[in-house]
Every structure is written in C-alpha cells, then in structure tokens.
Write a new protein. Structure first.
Lengths: 290, 701
C-alpha cells in the first residue's frame, strides 16, 4: 500500500507538469482554435535557456528571465507559423508550420547545447522528505506548487485584467470580440505568448528531476496533448484532473509493468477517449450549425 | 501498363476533342518506364541504384499518403509508424520463420491494413489537429512497442536480413537465365514494378467513385453524408488503402536496406513524408515522385558543402531577380515578398560561414516546410499546372461527348399522386439544453406537392430540415417516410447517409458544394448510390465498373442539362457564379433520385432573373413527381409555388393551409410584424412580442 501511495505521489508531480503544458494548449485553442505543435520545443528551449542562465543568476532569479524568453518565443511562433496560415484559412498550414518551427528550434538547440542530455542542478536539497510514510523530493513539491501557481496566475490575469478579459471575449466569440474593438490578432499573439511561457516555465520546473536536452519536450508535449484531450480542450479543471490521471497511470505502469512502457497508457488513453468521447471527459458537446 | 497508368481509368473511347493534357500523363508514364528500365544499365554505380530504390520506395508510401492528405484533406503524422510496421512485419517473418520477401510483402500490406483500420476508429471521430495528434500518438506507440517487444522484434538491436531472393530458380529446378549482375537487379525491378502498379492503382482509385467520395468528404463532410456517401465509411477506405501502401513500402524498405531498427521510423520521417507530398504537389501522381526524389537527395546534397554554396548562390540570384521584378511591377504584395527574398539571400552568407550544413539539415527541412506552406501551397506540380495550362488534368473531357437531353430525364417518372402523406412528422421535439427549437411539431406532406415552410428567423425551419435529414437526432417524436410502392419507413434515429439513400435529398442554406470538384463530379457524387462496384472493381477496371461509370456520366450530364448547367460541366464548383452554385446544389440533390427534395432557402441571394429560372425548375421538379419541401423568405416565390404552406414560430406550428389562406392569417402577420396594440392580447404581451421581434430580419416580401 505504501508503495502504491508512493507511486501515486510521484505521479501527481509528473501529472502537474502535463497539466501545465496542456493548460498552454487550451489557451491558444480557446482564442484561435489552433495549437502549437512545437510546444515541446518551447519547453526544452526554456529549460536549456534556464540552464545557461542559472550559473550567473541562480535558479530563482533565472525564472523570470525564462518567462520573458518563453513569452517572446510564443510571439515568434504565432507571427511566423500561425498568423499567415490562419489568414489563408489553412488548417494544414498552421499544423505544418508549427511543426516546422518546432523542428528548427530543436535543431538549433542541438547545435547550441549539443546532442547529449545535460544535468540541471537542483535548486533544492536532493534528499527526499518523509511525509507520512511517503518519500517525496522537495523538487517534486516545487513542481506541484509551481504548476498550480502558474495556472492560477494566468486565470487571475484572465479574469481581472483588461487584456485577460479580451482573451476571454475572443475565446467566446472571436467575431463579436473583433466588432467590439478588441484587436483579436494581438489577443491571439498574447495567448501564444502566455502558452509558450507556461511551457518554458514547466521546462525549468521539470528539468532538475529529468535530464535536459533538445529532445526532452517531444514526448512530454504529446502526453500533455493527451491530457488536454482527456480533460477536454475547453475545461480548466479538466486538465488538472486529466494530468493527475495520466501521471498516476504512468508511474503505476512504470512500476508494475516496465519503465519501457510508461509512455503507453497516456497515448492509449488518448486514442480511447477520442474514439468514445472526442470532446473529452469534461468537455461539452458542440452542436454544429448547418 | 504504361498506357493505362496515367490515362483516366474509366475512359470510354477517347474523343477527338481531348486536349493535349491527357497525353502529358501518358507521355510521363512512358518516360518513367523507360527511365526506370534503362537506369541500372546506364548508371552502374550501386550507390546511385540504391538511391533510386529508396526514392521509388518512398514514392510508393507518399502516393498512398496523398490519398489521405491530398484527397481527403486530413493530416496524418502516423505514416512513418505504418511504414515501420510494414518493415517489421517483413523482417519478423524472416527472423522467426525464414519466410522470404514475397511473404514479407504480403504481410506488410496485410498487417498495416489492419493497423490502418484500427487507427481509423479514433481518427474517424475527429479531424484537423486532433487527427494529427492521434496519428502522432499512434506513431509513438508503434516505436515504443518495437523497442520493447524484444522477443518478437529483437528490440533496439534491430533485425538484419540477407539479400532478397526475388525469383527462386532453384525451386523450379532451372539455372538462372541471367548472370550474377542480372540477379542483383531482380530486386530493383521488383521495386520498379511495385511503384508502377501503385501508380496505376492510385490513379484508378482516385478516379473512381471512391476517389470522388474522398474529395467530397474533404470539401464538405456534411453534404457528403447528405448525398448518401457515408463519411465514416470512406474515411476508413482512405486510411486502409493508404496504410496498405505504407506497408508495402515498409516491407520493400526492409529488404532494400536489409536492416531494420526501431529508431528509423520516427517523427522526423513522418514530417519528411508530409513535406514530400506538399512540395511535390497534392492530388497528382508526378508530385509524390518529385517530392520523394527531393527528400531522398536533399541530405546527400547538403553533405556536399561546395554544392550547397553553389545552390545557395543560385537561390540568392533568383531571389534578387524575383524581388526586383516584384518591386518594379509594384505588385500588391511586394512587401510581403520581401521576407522570403531576404531569407533566400541571407542563406548564401550562412552557407559560406558554416563549415558543414549537415548539422543544420533539419533546420533546412523546417525552412523548406515553411516555404512550401506559405509560398508553394499546391506544390511544384500545382505551380507548373498553374503556369502551363497543358499540364492541367484533363478532367476526363468525355463528359461533353455524352451530353444527354435533360427533359427526357423528367419523363422517366410518372406524376406522383395520392392522398396518403408521403412524409409524416409527429410531435417532433428538438431540445438544445433549455431551448426547444422544435416544440412538438406535426407535419404532413402530400406526395407530388410543393410544401412551403416559412416563419421568421429562429422559428425552427432549419432545425426541422436538420431533423428530417438526420443531422440532428430529435429529442422525441417520429418522422416517417411512406414512398409509393414501398413500406413506410421511420427516419428518425437513422444516419444522414441512410436517410439520403431512402430518397430524401436536400440543399443547404449556405451552399455546401464540393468546391474543388467540377460541376459534373459534384453531380456524380450524388449518383454515388448508382455504383455497386467494390474497390477491386475500381482497381482492376472491370467491365462492370466501366459500364457504371458510363451510365452515371450520361445521367449526370442529363441532370446538368436539366438544370441548364451543361456547358459548365467541367468548371470547378468554386469557380461558378453564385446563382449557378445554387442550381448545381439542386442538381446534385436530384442525382440521388429522391422522392422528397428539401430546399433550404434556394432563392437567398439570387437576382430576379435567377429567381425566375429557379421557380421554373422547382415547378418542373414537382411535375416530375418529386415532392418538394421549400424553406424560403421570398414570399412571392413561396406564394407562387407552394400548394400548401406551414408557418413556424418559436418552434411551434402556428398556421397551415393554402398560400393565400396563410397569408391572411392574423397569427402569421403577428409573428412577422408584431401585434398592434388594439389586436388581442394584453398590453404586456404585446410589449413582449415587440421586444422579441425587434431583433428579427424583416421578411423579403
């Protein structure tokens, strides 16, 4: 039982990372019905950028700089990859363009930071804490808290600030928002920026407990998409629940079956949810108008 | 073989008027055969022969990928996974059972078809980014399983294969008729044969009703279903055919490389395949061949830094010329074109500065994808077709030779009459959350009549249409169709395509044509029900297939003639004027051979002469014995045409009767114009009514 609880606890930490990335997918999907297929690269670049800065600034001071970096990266992706494709109404266009940008970023990262995985120094002690019989790394606790805080901060921004309200208005009805004088193009750019910022932040959170490298984001991003689907692309609570389900399912699979298969349950879950309930567990069915 | 590969599969006797276009295809096929046959005798270097082999093998896969990407318009990121499954199917058969290449090819095709079917289940429910992610997840799962299922796949070590023995002369007890050099080429020619067969098969499928269904579901899934062509089923077909070709390519690849390893079939390969399809050109046979050649040769070119520098110089020169030209001509988008021009020029100093671009291979591919997506969306073939009209597909010009008399079509049916209702709607309730779009409506439509359905905006007319055609499943109530000569049939709860095949056809309020298809092809999709051939009929071009195609084309031309569109048969639907698009939609619906035709605001946006034409046509349709339900806001059209009119308001039927009767009904007048204060109802009621009517569009009277 203790082992089980232990696995669940580690699963929660992993799950929160997925939730944070999935939250980023939701942001852009809400405003523009598009996703950044290079979200994993935003995460990896955030982590690598943080790794380079950390010796000069220390871990905590590095975080705001990484956030700025992620923010700028998202704007670049939106301007180069998404906006022109949305203008010509090409779904294929933005999918391929964000994939292409992702590949370019990954390739550049490989050329700058090398192809080998790097060790990210942990800012917190690496001895596990005993919490009621469960051992948890301080870093895992930081991941949980950090991811939740990030999502909370974005939610507050959306609800309280004028720009956040513009984001929500655009999500609800982009045409109406445009007619009300909201510059929806800039809102979409903003949503991409926040989305990539979340991913970059997730990168520096997760980097100390995994290895850091140009390819670290690919599978994370795919599984985060699974989380976004399981939770529903429209539901904020959904991604947290989805992230927890997936994170726990993974650590359990890794322990009871084989670590080689630990990525499988998430992907299978993705296929199953889409086969049965494409809007996700928490999503609402959309009625198409003819 | 060479003759038929590029020629239209179902061509009746070639007509003299056929343009040069169709000969380009045949010429290309002959050149390809000659090139493939002669290549190993001219270039004896085994390195280049192997390069050509890889190009041919990739081309097989990309031709299949084009069915999914080009024809059905879906993005698949799972084709590298399917390719890997095919390769491993062949390799595993050899590893465990010592079965040779022929078994490998069969297994490759068989196993991946099954996987394609499996993948189709989640993929069918979703489109766009969802589908891309689903297929990406599939590809990742395949890679994980290949890595982990060590007892079967030999894990990360991979499987090594011996040279392929294509023809086992020893088995027949004869000595090989050609020497060792010839024996080495057996595999080469096998791959070439597979490529040519693939081209022929794809060519025939995309020109058959299957190919038309693929294109139709891309352009408008909802109209596709309403034409009796199940989107669900044809997406499965597209996926399975595409997967089978990926499997064939995979098996050939395993025997060509003679080594399979899990990491060769990852995400990058998938993206390369997609790049090849788009860069070569969708919806063509030449495109995938060109695309395949580019993605295979590119790494070799990039490895040679001098060659790269020369090419970068050429590109920069071209960019300068294009840029200056655009600037001088003051093209509208001359500033937009500045970005790629500057990038192309900057590429030259970048290559000069770098010692090797091999490390930046993926960045170059990424930039290529961006370039293709934004500046060459139709690929190289599409670009050439736009510039050189002779290269455009000839759209099987036989349609003109088959022109038929539209009025003869109409004589085929007697005048339908009878007192029994053809369509009976009882207590139809359609609830969206708390909103009752239809609040228990009864409707009874007599055969051989034009039944009008009017009401202010938001009264539930279109909802009714969608309930009748199965797009919405009614919350409660029943819909029954009782066509003369067949038993009454419940329609509620059936899928749109089942309802369409029972004889209910419709048009749409906002035109839902298959935009990239010609007018003739649009009608042919409506005639899909007339084709009974299987996919094997389509591939083999059996006599049945040819007869069905000929008959359908004759009928389609007759319908176009009836609609007055015969001269526009070969024009793509998106290029037709709006009025003609509306007519074409009705023609496409007529192709279903319906007993009941639902017209959803057919006159919306038409000019007065167009409306006169339309009225005449609707009358002719009624006279041909087809019952019509007409939703319309043009009151003169409704009043002039309809034998009976039902008026809806807020989901209720408020009046029914002859056109004049309804027009004079105070309740109808109230619904459209609001109640005057002195006419019934309390003051507060009237105030409420005025409020709810304020947002409504006035009826076009």
């Amino acid at each position: 039982m203790t082992i089980f609880l232990q696995l669940v606890a580690s699963g929660v930490a992993v799950g929160m990372i997925y939730a944070a990335i999935a939250f980023g997918y939701q942001l852009t999907f809400a405003t523009s019905k598009t996703l950044n297929f290079g979200q994993g690269e935003a995460l990896a670049l955030g982590a690598l950028f943080g790794l380079t800065l950390a010796p000069f600034t220390g871990y905590w001071l590095m975080i705001p700089l990484v956030l700025v970096f992620g923010f700028a990266l998202g704007a670049v992706v939106e301007c180069l990859g998404v906006r022109p494709a949305v203008k010509i109404k090409s779904e294929y266009g933005w999918i391929m363009a964000t994939i292409a940008l992702g590949i370019i970023f990954r390739n550049l990262a490989e050329n700058i930071w090398g192809r080998d995985d790097l060790k990210f120094p942990s800012p917190l002690p690496e001895e596990a804490l005993q919490l009621g019989g469960i051992r948890m790394l301080p870093m895992e606790l930081l991941i949980i808290a950090g991811a939740l805080l990030m999502m909370l901060a974005v939610e507050i921004f959306n609800r309280k600030s004028i720009w956040g309200k513009a984001v929500i208005a655009t999500s609800n009805d982009i045409d109406a928002a445009g007619l009300m004088g909201i510059n929806t193009k800039r809102v979409i750019t903003l949503s991409y920026s926040i989305s990539a910022m979340t991913a970059a932040f997730a990168g520096v959170l997760v980097a100390p407990v995994t290895l850091t490298g140009a390819t670290m984001g690919a599978v994370l991003a795919l599984k985060a998409f699974a989380v976004a689907i399981i939770g529903g692309l429209e539901s904020g609570l959904g991604v947290i629940v989805g992230g927890l389900i997936l994170g726990v399912a993974e650590t359990l699979t890794g322990f009871y079956i084989s670590t080689g298969y630990k990525d499988v349950p998430g992907l299978i879950l993705l296929l199953v949810v889409l086969s049965i309930r494409p809007v996700g567990l928490f999503g609402k069915a959309v009625i198409k108008k003819v | 073989m060479a003759q038929s590969t590029f020629a239209p599969a179902a061509a009746p006797a070639p007509s003299a008027s056929a343009g040069i276009g169709r000969h380009v295809g045949a010429l290309g096929a002959v050149l390809l055969v000659v090139f493939l046959a002669a290549f190993p005798h001219v270039v004896t270097s085994s390195y280049y022969i192997h390069l050509l082999l890889v190009i041919a093998i990739y081309a097989i896969l990309i031709l299949g990928l084009d069915i999914v990407v080009g024809y059905t318009g879906q993005v698949s990121l799972g084709h590298a996974g399917l390719f890997g499954v095919g390769a491993y199917a062949a390799a595993v058969l050899f590893l465990h059972f010592k079965l040779g290449i022929w078994w490998g090819l069969l297994a490759g095709i068989g196993v991946t078809s099954a996987f394609g079917l499996l993948l189709a289940v989640p993929a069918l429910r979703v489109t766009g980014p969802y589908l891309a992610m689903v297929t990406l997840a599939f590809g990742t799962i395949v890679q994980i399983f290949i890595n982990e299922l060590t007892p079967i796949t030999n894990g990360p070590l991979g499987i090594t294969l011996p040279p392929a023995r294509v023809i086992d002369f020893a088995m027949f007890g004869i000595t090989p008729p050609w020497g060792a050099a010839g024996r080495k080429l057996e595999f080469y020619y096998l791959v070439c044969a597979c490529l040519l067969v693939t081209i022929a098969v794809v060519n025939r499928i995309v020109r058959s009703p299957f190919g038309r269904a693929f294109e139709a579901l891309r352009d408008s899934p909802i109209a596709c279903d309403c034409m009796g062509v199940s989107v669900y089923r044809y997406k499965v077909y597209a996926f399975v055919v595409s997967a089978a070709l990926a499997g064939l390519a995979g098996a050939l690849f395993a025997w060509s490389e003679r080594y399979v390893a899990p990491n060769s079939y990852g995400f990058e390969l998938t993206v390369l395949f997609l790049l090849a399809v788009t860069m070569g050109g969708r919806k063509s046979r030449a495109g995938p061949l060109i695309g395949s050649a580019i993605i295979v040769m590119m790494p070799n070119i990039l490895a040679d830094i001098d060659l790269v520098r020369i090419m970068a110089g050429l590109i920069a020169a071209v960019a300068v010329v294009v840029g200056i030209q655009a600037f001088v001509r003051k093209a509208e988008n001359r500033f937009a074109i500045l970005v790629p021009v500057v990038l192309c020029i900057l590429f030259l100093p970048a290559t000069l500065a770098l010692q090797s671009v091999t490390d930046f291979r993926l960045s170059v591919f990424g930039l290529l994808i961006l370039f293709v997506v934004y500046y060459l969306p139709d690929g190289i073939v599409g670009f050439l077709r736009e510039k050189i009209p002779a290269l455009r597909p000839a759209h099987t010009a036989e349609g003109k030779a088959l022109s038929a008399d539209g009025d003869a079509l109409i004589a085929q049916r007697g005048k339908a009459a009878g007192t029994e209702a053809l369509l009976k709607v009882e207590q139809a309730l359609m609830q969206f959350g708390g909103l009752k779009a239809l609040a228990g409506i009864d409707l009874s439509v007599k055969p051989g009549t034009i039944h009008g359905l009017i009401g202010p905006n938001g009264s539930g007319k279109s909802t009714m249409m969608n309930v009748l055609t199965g797009i919405y499943k009614p919350t409660a109530g029943s819909v029954t169709l009782a066509a003369a000569g067949s038993a009454a049939k419940r329609l509620d709860g059936r899928t749109p395509s089942e309802i369409a095949l029972s004889g209910v056809a419709r048009t749409f309020q906002n035109v839902q044509l298959f935009r990239e298809m010609t007018a003739l092809e649009n009608v042919l999709v409506g005639l899909h029900h007339a084709f009974h051939g299987t996919i094997f009929d389509a591939i083999l071009g059996t006599p049945r297939r040819k007869r069905e195609e000929r008959e359908a084309r004759t009928r389609a031309m007759a319908i176009l003639d009836f609609m007055g569109l015969a001269s526009l048969a070969q024009v793509e639907a998106r290029n037709l004027p709006y009025g003609k698009q509306r007519l074409l939609e009705i023609g496409r619906a007529l192709a279903l051979d319906p007993v009941l035709l639902l017209l959803d605001e057919p006159a919306a946006g038409l000019t007065a002469p167009d409306i006169a034409d339309l009225t005449a046509i609707i009358r002719k349709i009624r006279d041909a014995g087809i019952t019509v339900i007409l939703i319309e806001h043009h009151m003169d059209v409704v009043m002039g045409l309809c034998d009976r009119v039902s008026v809806l308001d807020f989901g209720h039927k408020i009046a029914e009767g002859g056109a004049r009767e309804v027009q004079a009904d105070p309740k109808v007048i109230e619904a459209y114009l609001g109640a005057p204060d002195d006419m019934g109802g309390t003051a507060s009621d009237a105030g409420k009514d005025a409020g709810k009517d304020a947002g409504r569009e006035p009826a076009h009277a």
